[in-house]
Design a binder for this molecule. Structure first.
Ligand code: FES
Ligand code: FES
Length: 166
């Protein structure tokens, strides 16, 4: 940013906490989260809306944070992978499922999968394997071959149902 660049104050609720930042109009949401708010769980892979690594939930809907300007979501409620924890601070159901099913290798793509699957399971809490595969169709992983990620979607649904039954 040049010393003379105009900045704009933006306020979001991020993972349930009100956060403010002063950003240039061109600051991407992904960069605002990572650099201005220190939430480095959101990963940038392609920066072109293709890979899905940067996916966060904006007002509950999965969106590519590399395609949004921070100023365009002023006032929104944002959930990043850091906000997908269990209420007690342990791993959330989707995160636990990735551990259980070996759904990650390098883990670079994982934050985008976790946010995408978290939103998906709210709409479809009991997907079939085919639906699980479809749900992750917009996210790219270079490591895993997807089989274990599909299993993770199904396992996350199972964990959520187990927790709901307690
Ligand atoms: S970094 Fe945003 S979709 Fe790849
Ligand atoms: S686990 Fe490495 S890119 Fe997906």
């Amino acid at each position: 940013m040049s010393a003379t660049e105009t900045t704009h104050d933006v306020t979001f609720t991020v993972n349930g906490v009100l956060r403010t930042a002063s950003v240039p109009a061109r600051r991407l949401l992904a960069d605002a989260l990572r650099h201005d708010l220190g939430l480095t769980g959101t990963h940038l892979g392609c920066e072109h809306g293709v890979c899905g690594s940067c996916t966060v939930l904006v007002d509950g809907r999965p969106m590519r944070s590399c395609l949004l300007f921070a100023v365009s979501v002023d006032g929104a409620e944002i959930t990043t992978v850091e906000g997908c924890l269990a209420p007690d601070g342990g791993l959330g159901p989707v995160q636990q499922a990735f551990v259980d099913c070996h759904g990650l290798q390098c883990g670079f793509c994982t934050p985008g999968f976790v946010t995408t699957i978290t939103a998906y399971l709210r709409e479809n809490p009991d997907p079939t394997e085919e639906e699980a595969r479809e749900a992750i169709g917009g996210n790219l992983c270079r490591c895993t071959g997807y089989q274990n990620i599909v299993k993770s979607v199904l396992r996350a649904a199972e964990i959520q149902q187990e927790q709901g039954a307690i």
